[in-house]
Design a protein around this ligand. Structure first.
Ligand code: ADE
Length: 237
């Protein structure tokens, strides 16, 4: 079954990037279809039914504070229109759960993913609550411990991580099994010709043709790299 991805954003032109790169391949293979929607198209009328020529999508936060909050009524109209009964709502947010390879793997099986890209200080919290109450799976996920200006860059990264896991997408399934994070460790270092470059030699074991030794060396490299760079990924000693 083909996955459907919808993106709701105030910057639809940003998603032209989906036409290139890996995702372009997935679309050519008809494994995924993408639809990008301009949030402002749902802001032509205010909650009271009067016309809003400015197509306002944000307002000041209750309780005070910096920045603006995206309006729940506008998001509600957009998501009512776009979300299918089996859709999963994904809200990129620096306050979300970590977006991991395991989460990408899970989401790659969804019939529809709807990415709600917030700007400013985020989307009124009742939007996620409402769709969760309605029975939808709602995933607020963060790309990492830093703050982007909005969800768009995060959504593109998530879409790339998810679509390459759709069965049939990658030419070489083994390269997915061996890559960083699929076994909880960082990937081992890779080398190609020439065997000597600028005084740096490829480790001898890789030229030995001894497959068991190569596998053992690579596993050791995974462990030492992970210990050094990402000790948080290892079980406590
Ligand atoms: N929006 C802003 N910052 C973000 C982050 N780190 N991850 C996901 N969405 C975001």
């Amino acid at each position: 079954m083909r996955m459907r991805i919808d993106v709701v954003t105030i910057f639809p032109e940003f998603f032209g990037v989906l036409d290139v790169s890996l995702l372009g391949k997935a679309r050519q293979a008809e494994l995924v279809e993408t639809h990008v929607h301009d949030l402002r198209d749902y802001a032509a009328f205010r909650a009271d039914g009067t016309a809003d020529v400015h197509r306002t999508v944000d307002d000041a936060p209750f309780g005070g504070g910096a920045g603006m909050v995206m309006k729940p009524d506008v998001w509600g109209k957009a998501l009512d229109d776009v979300l299918k009964p089996t859709g999963v709502l994904v809200v990129p947010s620096p306050a979300g759960v970590p977006f991991t390879q395991a989460l990408a793997q899970e989401l790659s099986a969804a019939p529809q993913l709807v990415f709600a890209c917030g700007r400013y200080e985020g989307i009124d919290a009742r939007v996620a609550e409402h769709y969760a109450n309605d029975g939808y799976r709602v995933v607020e996920a963060s790309l990492g411990d830093y703050v982007l200006n909005g969800g768009e860059v995060a959504a593109v990264a998530m879409i790339e991580a998810i679509t390459r896991l759709i069965p049939g997408f990658m030419g070489n399934a083994q390269s997915i099994v061996e890559e960083s994070h699929s076994d909880g460790l960082l990937e081992y270092p890779s080398y190609t010709r020439p065997a000597s470059w600028r005084g740096l030699d490829v480790p001898d074991v890789l030229l030995s043709g001894h497959h068991a030794k190569i596998a053992e060396w690579r596993h050791e490299q995974q462990l030492s790299r992970t210990r050094e760079r990402r000790p948080d990924l290892l079980p406590p000693e």
